[in-house]
Design a protein around this ligand. Structure first.
Ligand SMILES: [Zn+2]
Ligand SMILES: [Zn+2]
Length: 211
């Protein structure tokens, strides 16, 4: 990794600090149709599996769960066992599917290449399980946010608001590194920072000279 890449990562993390993400809200990004497809497939798998199992048990001719035939005279236990195996397998499949759905939607709303990222997570998942997701979560771009001065939606890549020219990423005049709006001193070189006047929305209303 070279310095430019590290600096870019640092910037992304720095800008993402303003994001307040909660797990439950993040889960809402997963497309509803994907969730319902998963639920439907799971119900079909359980009904189908139990149906085949009971059929093979009554009429013979096919395998009965478990494969060694130990429960062939215990239909309830056999079907419960089969249902739990299907449930466990479905659970991992669902986590995997929802992970892909999440990465796709999240990358899209962050203005990243959604298809490419989903593909990367997909390719890495058979061998490395969640590594693709972890890489994605570490280097994803920050969410677009509202300009503090004029409330226009601005991309996290912008340095200035295209609507009102507000400086979205003030830098230290001494070391040129990005500092937060609220910093009084540069966290890197301790230079005292004098920011532009606070946005009009935050400041107290100016006294009316005509009253
Ligand atoms: Zn603005
Ligand atoms: Zn500095």
């Amino acid at each position: 990794m070279n310095d430019t890449f590290n600096e870019r990562l640092r910037l992304i993390r720095f800008r993402r600090k303003r994001e307040r993400t909660r797990f439950r809200e993040e889960l809402r990004i997963i497309p509803k149709w994907l969730v319902w497809t998963g639920v439907t497939l799971y119900i079909l798998a359980v009904i189908g599996g139990i149906g085949v199992n009971l059929g093979n048990m009554s009429y013979g001719g096919g395998p009965v769960f478990p494969g060694d035939g130990s429960l062939v005279n215990h239909p309830v236990l056999s079907c419960l066992g089969l249902a739990s195996v299907i449930t466990v397998v479905s659970f991992f499949l669902a986590v995997w599917l929802f992970m892909l759905g999440y990465v796709y939607r999240d990358a899209k709303r962050r203005g990243m290449n959604a298809g490419l990222w989903t593909l990367l997570v997909l390719i890495l998942s058979p061998a490395y399980v969640f590594i693709g997701l972890i890489i994605y979560l570490l280097i994803r771009e920050p969410l677009p946010y509202t300009c503090p001065q004029c409330a226009a939606t601005v991309s996290a890549r912008f340095n200035f608001c295209p609507n009102c020219k507000y400086n979205l990423h003030p830098a230290c005049p001494q070391c040129q590194r990005e500092v937060a709006d609220t910093d009084k001193f540069c966290p890197f070189c301790a230079t005292e920072l004098s920011h532009a006047p606070k946005p009009a929305a935050d400041a107290a209303p100016a006294p009316d000279p005509f009253s």
